[in-house]
Design a protein around this ligand. Structure first.
Ligand code: DGL
Length: 266
């Protein structure tokens, strides 16, 4: 079992921010990544649709005999995590709990901002996770749908991205948040610009980093850490032609993507 791969899925390239963190925190682990590029984005779709997509993605990865599932998509974690964890035999982790836990560790004034896709914010999943950890925090959430295409366009520091950030974040800053959870896989790419917009007194919480840390600790707990080194290169699967995934994903990963295969989830 420990020699098997960790399965990671997202609607597209975004989950590569989680894969990148996993490779840096647990470099010996074999990884299999699925990007459901034929059906991206998930963030604008209904919960029932995302739920169905998430089960299909999980089943595909389980067919690859993975030992552990990482739902590297905030929208899918928000609506599907509990169902996936109940249905399948392998441990399942999403990005919301680790991000929420980290936010509770760093906040000083208990006012926490959360940004994400429409689906994630509508679900209230971050709010529930934060309040479950500490009932006296105040959560202010905002959907920032333009950030996903801006990150994919490589416009992280473009003036357009900065204007959008000012417009989205002004109401949260008025509430005097001291912590901002980046509740979408794409947002770590905008981190530098977002930090400039919110100023040095607001701590940004990157769910990708927090999730990789949580995966490492759960693997240890379940005695699933891989002992064989070096790990093979990650395997990548997508549900549409790989060209865009390779091009945009390379920027997300900070290196070229090789060996991307197209598959069908039917
Ligand atoms: N991966 C999604 C998330 O983290 C963002 C992209 C999408 O909407 O599918 O919510």
């Amino acid at each position: 079992m420990p020699e098997r791969a960790i399965g990671i899925f997202d609607s597209g390239v975004g989950g590569l921010t989680v894969l990148r963190e996993l490779r840096s925190q647990i470099p010996d682990e074999p990884l299999v990544y699925l990007g459901d590029t034929a059906r991206v984005p998930y963030g604008t779709k209904s919960s029932s649709t995302v739920l169905r997509y998430a089960h299909e993605a999980a089943r595909f990865l389980l067919d690859q005999r993975v030992k552990f599932l990482v739902v590297a998509c905030n929208t899918a974690s928000a609506v599907a995590l509990n169902g996936l964890a109940e249905r399948y035999q392998v441990p399942v982790i999403g990005v919301i709990e680790p991000g929420a836990r980290r936010a509770l560790e760093v906040t000083r004034n208990g006012r926490i901002g959360v940004i994400g896709t429409e689906g994630t914010i509508r679900s209230g999943a971050y709010e529930r996770a934060l309040l479950a950890g500490r009932s006296d925090v105040v959560v202010h959430a905002a959907a920032c749908p333009l950030f996903v295409p801006l990150a994919e366009e490589g416009w992280a520091c473009h003036e357009v991205a900065r204007l959008a950030a000012h417009a989205y974040l002004a109401p949260l800053l008025q509430k005097k948040i001291d912590t901002l959870v980046l509740g979408c896989t794409h947002y770590p790419l905008l981190k530098q610009m977002l930090q400039e917009v919110v100023g040095p007194d607001v701590r940004l919480v990157d769910s990708a980093q927090a999730t990789a840390k949580a995966v490492a600790s759960r693997l240890g707990e379940y005695r699933l850490l891989c002992q064989t080194t070096p790990a093979p290169l990650p395997r990548y699967f997508v549900t549409d032609i790989p060209d865009r995934f390779k091009r945009v994903g390379g920027a997300f990963l900070g290196k070229e993507l090789h060996g991307v295969e197209t598959v069908s989830l039917d």
